[in-house]
Ligand binder design. Structure first.
Ligand code: URA
Length: 197
């Protein structure tokens, strides 16, 4: 069994107990699918969004709706194959009416799933999409939440992982003039990933 197969097996084992998870309120608020994430289990580059939306909940896959289509386009322009990376969210279940995940929901889900996914996949670069994903991963930072408009495109070093905060594609759908910034940030993520090889 090669590394990729081994990591996939570890991910499958990780997900097994949570297929009908009710450890946080999102498990009982109408969720259809737990959206664990998808992609290369041995990826050097990982993207982390906020939470599944309606399309993701329906299909059980991350970033397949409008935001996902924009993300796909940006990945393509940056020369990244979606199959080579791993994409997931801070919380794996859709919050009703697409509200923000609560602190309890994020903390619970990160503890059981996201942190273990990161431990198994061991990406070199993590791109957080939007403010929620960034601040949810930066919980140990003292004081005010980080402002995505200030820190996007700037590298944050955390232990052995390089974090690159970028805008959320849903924000780009509402602010088309930032599309170039978004694509350039993804190109930077690719360049940083290539440097590690
Ligand atoms: N928005 C997110 O944050 N994640 C998805 O999977 C889809 C939309």
């Amino acid at each position: 069994m090669n590394i990729r197969e081994k990591k996939q097996e570890l991910l499958n084992k990780l997900y097994e107990p949570y297929k009908n998870c009710i450890l946080c309120p999102l498990g009982t608020l109408g969720r259809k699918n737990v959206v664990f994430g998808e992609g290369n289990p041995d990826a050097d580059l990982m993207f982390i969004g906020e939470a599944p939306g309606r399309d993701e909940d329906e299909q059980g896959k991350p970033f397949v709706g409008m935001s996902g289509q924009l993300l796909n386009k940006a990945l393509e322009i940056a020369g990244i194959n979606r199959q080579d990376i791993f994409i997931t969210n801070i919380v794996k279940c859709r919050p009703p009416n697409n509200r923000l995940p609560t602190e309890l929901e994020s903390t619970t889900c990160k503890g059981i799933l996201l942190y273990n996914q990161i431990r198994i996949i061991k990406p070199k670069i993590i791109c957080t999409l939007g403010s929620h994903a960034l601040n949810s991963l930066m919980v140990t930072t003292k004081g005010e939440p980080l402002k995505i408009t200030k820190v996007r495109g700037k590298i944050i070093q955390r232990d052995k992982i390089t974090l690159l905060p970028i805008y959320h594609p849903a924000y780009i759908l509402r602010n088309r003039s930032e599309l170039i910034t978004f694509v350039n940030d993804i190109k930077l993520a690719k360049a940083l990933t290539d440097e590690t090889k």
